[in-house]
Design a protein around this ligand. Structure first.
Ligand SMILES: *[C@@H]1O[C@H](CO)[C@@H](O)[C@H](O)[C@H]1NC(C)=O
Length: 343
């Protein structure tokens, strides 16, 4: 594996820290660590910097990883694990402040943290914690406010697409009955605090689960994909149609201007039908171009959608379908697994 010298890394770190932070249009990348074959954290920071990626999503608060990113100039989205939501929800503002200090601020400066993602896909995979999400967010918000950090660090809670029932066509979308008891107070909180709705969206899953009926061309942004006409809007790809399903579902709850942040999207390179590097390249490059251009969705073209790509590396310990292991955009040596540009 390629390793840079510690001296060079220190030097680059100083340069990066001196350059100023980055606009929202820059694309971010997720760093999932569900693998027994990971390079050391400093090598991860190198990969991110060498490719001019300015934002990283971390799913938990692994201390060596946070410390490697410290003063790197890279903005962080840091996840609160689902298993910590009860403690933060029930323990009040003191527990929230204590959690923030122990798990985050002891390792990275607050000014490097852009988002705290409170839980991940709780309504899909961890419903036991559902009722703790918004109370935990409120305690964390008050704890941040007490330190004057609530304007700088935004809180949200990434949701799987399954919280929206039917999404085809997008105008038919609505949050599911099961999700509403959490989604309603969540949207009220996001509106009040000026934070985005965080969503994970994978057109690949739709294709892989029904390849006979879901046109591959529509999931891969192909110009000859059969377009979907819906309430005066023409959808040419599933990525934008899926995002507008969230936009419509929010509208139906009375919220028209909460922005969307895509906290995960990607395409696997192996392990399933249509999972190959050439297709992953087409998918990721299209998503990146949209993010860099600050594009919104067909329904809300003026509200840009921020994007975090999934995933930095393959994750060989991931459970579920075989393809879940193969979302990595980079190889272990830092080269890209397919042709892709981030800036
Ligand atoms: C947070 O969750 C981790 C597992 O992800 C667990 O080890 C730790 O004890 C939890 N901490 C609190 C305060 O709940």
């Amino acid at each position: 594996m390629a390793r840079s010298s510690p001296l060079l890394i220190t030097f680059l770190t100083v340069i990066a820290a001196a350059t100023s932070v980055t606009g929202d249009n820059k694309v971010g990348i997720c760093f999932g660590r569900n693998s027994d074959d990971l390079p050391p954290p400093f090598a991860i920071v190198d990969i991110v910097k060498n490719n001019h990626i300015s934002k990283v999503r971390l799913f938990n608060t692994d201390a060596p990883t946070l410390q490697a990113f410290k003063d790197s100039g890279i903005e962080l989205m840091i996840g609160v694990p689902n298993e910590n939501l009860t403690y933060i929800a029930n323990g009040g503002v003191d527990a929230a402040a204590n959690w923030l200090k122990t798990n985050i601020f002891n390792h990275v400066p607050a000014n490097q943290v852009k988002y705290i993602a409170v839980g991940n896909e709780v309504l899909l995979r961890d419903t036991f914690y559902a009722e703790s999400i918004v109370p935990a967010m409120k305690n964390l918000h008050q704890a941040l406010k007490n330190q004057n950090l609530d304007k700088k660090i935004k809180l949200s809670s990434p949701q799987a697409s399954s919280v929206v029932g039917s999404s085809s066509p997008p105008s038919s979308a609505a949050f599911t009955e099961a999700a509403l008891p959490v989604i309603r107070p969540l949207l009220a909180f996001l509106k009040e605090t000026g934070a985005p709705l965080m969503v994970n969206t994978y057109p690949y899953f739709a294709y892989a689960s029904d390849p006979k009926n879901v046109p591959l061309s529509f999931t891969l942004f192909s110009s000859d994909a059969p377009p979907v006409q819906d309430s005066g809007i023409t959808y040419t790809n599933m990525f934008e149609a899926s995002l507008d399903a969230f936009v419509v579902a929010m509208e139906k709850e009375g919220y028209t201007d909460i922005p969307l942040t895509v906290t995960e999207t990607g395409w696997p390179t192996a392990g399933g039908i249509g999972a190959e590097p050439t297709k992953a390249a087409v998918y990721n490059n299209n998503v990146i171009m949209r993010a860099l251009a600050g594009k919104g969705t067909p329904k809300r073209p003026k509200i840009p959608v921020e994007v975090y790509l999934f995933d930095l590396l393959d994750e060989n310990l991931k459970e579920g379908s075989e393809f879940e292991k193969y979302f990595g955009i980079f190889n272990l040596d830092g080269s890209t697994a397919f042709s892709v540009r981030f800036a």
